[in-house]
Ligand binder design. Structure first.
Ligand SMILES: Nc1ncnc2c1ncn2[C@@H]1O[C@H](COP(=O)(O)OP(=O)(O)OP(=O)(O)O)[C@@H](O)[C@H]1O
Ligand SMILES: [Mg+2]
Length: 282
């Protein structure tokens, strides 16, 4: 297994990024991989910490030769059996390192009962953070203790929503859980950016026109759109992911849901801009 390359330069201004939403299957991992790989192309050194026992980021990023090899996860780090630096490996994308995960980490919260989540993820990366420009935590669809600690460690939390009311409700819940956790654990609220994923003219025609014209939500992102059949990594390798204009209609419920979400976000003074996602990480 290829160990990460030694890092000569250190960056004290690294950023921690989380793509989060308590709903599953709405593009958290996909967007993490897409944005991380896009950023790596411009020379930035990236670490992806897989916090999902599903290990989807890991299976996408692990070089073929390492698929059957034993790797270390945050479980072994939490058990004190290995230091994070020894557990990090090179991924198949250059300049992107990976702390992998698999089913082993499904009960990881057991190690952190009664621990302050403001420090779990933060402390985990503290010795290696300055080796990277960007650190992404790939989180699963929950707000469990360890996952909430990643949100609390983040400088920017991107929240994908898809054109269904459940994803918007879940996004609203996620923003609320994050704000509550910041209050409870006295952590500064990260920048929160909502973006549309998988909104197309087909699934949402009338909605966006109205939406873009009439509301402040014109500032929302459009999502990364790829042909449905394209797998994330294939697309990334082809570098053919691109942003599509917001254009949508899925009805009143959807609009109400999004407007409600926008209120919560903007009440907290989080400005949502248009443009390419990766340009939102400065
Ligand atoms: N914009 C997109 N274009 C094409 N495919 C996408 C897009 N967004 C997500 N997908 C695909 O949808 C599926 C679910 O996405 P993904 O695994 O990123 O969701 P997730 O939010 O990380 O889910 P989980 O919470 O279970 O980890 C994947 O097959 C992914 O490749
Ligand atoms: Mg995922």
């Amino acid at each position: 297994m290829k160990k990460k390359q030694s890092q000569e330069s250190q960056n004290k201004n690294h950023k921690v990024i989380v793509f989060g939403n308590q709903k599953g299957g709405i593009g958290k991992t996909f967007s993490t991989l897409a944005v991380a790989s896009k950023k790596s192309l411009s020379g930035e050194k990236i670490l992806i910490v897989d916090l999902d026992s599903g290990g989807h980021a890991t299976s996408s990023l692990l070089p073929e030769s390492d698929l059957d090899t034993n790797f270390q996860t945050i479980l072994e780090i939490s058990q004190g059996r290995v230091h994070i630096e020894e557990a990090i490996i090179s991924s198949k994308i250059s300049r992107v390192d990976l702390l992998p995960a698999d089913q082993r980490i499904k009960n990881i919260d057991d190690f952190y009962v009664n621990k302050n989540p403001a420090f779990i993820a933060k402390n985990m990366i503290k010795d290696i953070a300055s080796f990277y420009d960007l650190i992404f935590f790939d989180v699963g669809p929950s707000f469990s203790r360890v996952i909430s600690s990643a949100y609390l460690a983040a400088d920017i939390v991107f929240i994908p929503i898809t054109p269904d009311t459940y994803s918007i409700e879940a996004a609203t819940c996620t923003v609320q859980s994050l704000l509550d956790a910041c209050f409870e654990w006295r952590v500064q609220i990260p920048t929160i950016k909502i973006f549309f994923n998988r909104f197309t003219t087909r699934n949402s025609s009338l909605f966006a026109e109205e939406f873009v014209k009439k509301s402040s939500l014109a500032k929302f992102y459009s999502g990364i759109k790829l042909p449905e059949t394209t797998t994330a990594l294939h697309a990334i390798n082809q570098k053919d992911f691109f942003l599509k204009k917001v254009s949508s209609e899925t009805g009143r419920e959807l609009r109400n849901g999004i407007e409600n979400l926008a209120k919560i976000v903007s009440l907290n003074n989080k400005i949502l801009n248009r443009g390419a996602l990766e340009n939102e990480i400065h």
